[in-house]
Design a protein around this ligand. Structure first.
Ligand code: PMP
Length: 487
């Protein structure tokens, strides 16, 4: 019956019965009726073929045949709640834990990134509560990064300043301290060299980066000191190893170590949100929290978070997410005596998808592909930057790149309307799907399926080039705000 609906009926049923707060992308220029996907491509009902540069859920590619086969097989066998023993969940817990450095080894399966972060915050609080009865009566404070998004549940919203900025529903809760994101390009402490040089690894640039990392970390140190001085309890510091909604901000080297040292000294835990960046997207490493290491260092020697959350790509489109933590933290939670039950979290079908995703990730060497194609794509954008002054910054790693657009490279005046115009034109005229994020909504965030090829990269950049050269009106005041396409 659903497939017999006409496109107009799809629209009217949705607008009559689905809340307007559940927005769709490209609402102004024409929302898409996507009905099929393959690799890095999506097809709409009119037969148009789109290049997808924004879908980080279809990690191994849309409708990967091996993953589809695994899901189909399991649906035909059984799907049920999670109170029975099943090999899929046990094997997936082992395989997931094996991807983390020690002592991260205990897995909780959940259904979404929001749930994962919610549980992570709860584990952090129970870790404190298990230590002494006095802790139970205290307010548990959290430190979060400005413009971060960690989910839609009440607890994860508390640490999502992106949503505090967005509407009038909520303001920052008193128990949450917000610190600035460590933006080297336009932040309060920025690096006075172009991003080509940031990648150059020279001593001069490295020592500049280190001193900026220290300045940004000092906000976390100050928040920790204040919380302790006020006699409150610091529960956790939550951060993405690569900040997506903030516009692809990778923490500068030494930042995470400095922050973690302060958080641990104040008795709090370090939660790494890998919902967007996990499973090899940054190319160099499996997890973004490992990213700020030197090339020759073992990534497992990084500052290991106390709790990690994963989601989006884990089930390649199926609702599968997880929290991974240490035996000690899990034991504290267990010692409080509350059973944790999640009806769908880790069900056999979603776990089959997770197992198949991990298998394809490794057999098709997609992390390596992310590094090679990501570097290639970054170089293509850097070349574009040399010809188009609108491109202010090209940054990121692997297939997690940010292209920040500015009207003026000296003042960094954000080219917000231009960014939205480019995004809508890429979709309308060139059939390329992109997403826009960042505090000023002027960063094109590139996070395609990990099977993105060099040919895809060339097509993307050549279309981008054409929009900048031919389609963008030269007078910025003639631009109207077009679509919003956040994550
Ligand atoms: N953490 C991050 C970093 C995210 O980007 C998101 C979703 N965009 C979430 C958590 C929430 O995940 P979900 O939408 O699966 O609940």
């Amino acid at each position: 019956e659903a497939y017999s609906l006409k496109p107009e009926q799809v629209e009217t049923h949705r607008s009559s019965h689905v809340s307007k707060s559940c927005s769709v992308s490209y609402a102004n220029t024409g929302a898409l009726h996507i009905h099929r996907g393959k690799g890095t491509r999506l097809f709409d009902i009119h037969g148009n073929l789109y290049l997808d540069t924004r879908n980080n859920v279809a990690h191994c590619g849309h409708n990967h045949p091996e993953i589809v086969k695994a899901i189909k097989y399991q649906v035909e066998q059984l799907n049920t709640n999670t109170r029975y023993l099943h090999p899929n969940a046990s094997l997936l817990a082992k395989k997931l834990a094996d991807l983390f450095p020690s002592p991260l080894e205990v897995v909780f399966f959940v259904n979404s990134g929001s749930e994962a972060n919610d549980l992570a915050l709860r584990l952090a609080r129970s870790f404190k509560c298990a230590q002494s009865p006095k802790e139970r009566s205290k307010t548990h404070h959290l430190i979060a990064i400005d413009h971060a998004y960690h989910g839609h549940t009440l607890a994860s919203l508390d640490v999502s300043p992106y949503k505090h900025h967005q509407g009038r529903e909520m303001i920052r809760p008193d128990h949450v301290r917000i610190v600035p994101y460590p933006d080297l390009y336009r932040g309060i402490h920025s690096l006075p060299v172009p991003d080509e040089e940031v990648n150059g690894n020279t001593d001069k640039v490295n020592s500049c980066i280190d001193s900026i990392a220290a300045k940004y970390a000092s906000y976390v140190e100050a928040a920790c000191n204040e919380i302790v001085a006020e006699g409150n309890s610091l529960s956790a510091f939550i951060i993405e190893g690569g900040m997506s909604v903030a516009g692809v901000i990778l923490p500068p080297k030494s930042y995470l170590k400095r922050c973690t040292d302060a958080v641990h000294s104040a008795g709090g835990l370090y939660i790494a949100d890998e919902v967007q960046t996990g499973f090899g997207r940054l190319g160099k490493c499996m997890w973004a929290f490992q990213h700020s290491m030197n090339e020759d260092e073992d990534h497992n020697d990084c500052i290991v978070p106390d709790i990690v959350t994963v989601g989006k790509p884990f089930g390649n489109g199926m609702p599968l997410a997880a929290v991974v933590t240490t035996r000690q933290i899990a034991s504290c939670f267990e010692s409080l005596g509350v059973e944790y039950f999640n009806t769908f979290g880790g069900n056999p079908v979603c776990c089959a998808a997770g197992l198949a995703m991990l298998h394809v990730l490794s057999s098709e060497r997609l992390q390596e592909n992310a590094l090679v194609v990501g570097n290639y794509l970054r170089d293509l954008f850097l070349e574009l930057k040399s010809r188009h002054p609108l491109i202010g910054s090209v940054r990121g790693s692997g297939l997690f790149l940010g292209i920040e657009l500015v009207r003026d490279r000296a003042t960094l005046d954000p080219a917000t309307k231009e960014t939205s115009y480019i995004c809508s034109t890429l979709k309308e005229k060139y059939k390329v799907l992109t997403s826009v994020d960042g505090y000023h909504e002027n960063v094109i965030v590139v996070k395609p399926p990990m099977c993105f090829t060099k040919a895809d990269a060339e097509e993307f950049v050549s279309c981008f080039d054409k929009v900048l050269a031919n389609d963008l009106p030269s007078a910025s005041n003639s631009l109207i705000q077009m679509d919003r396409t956040p994550t």
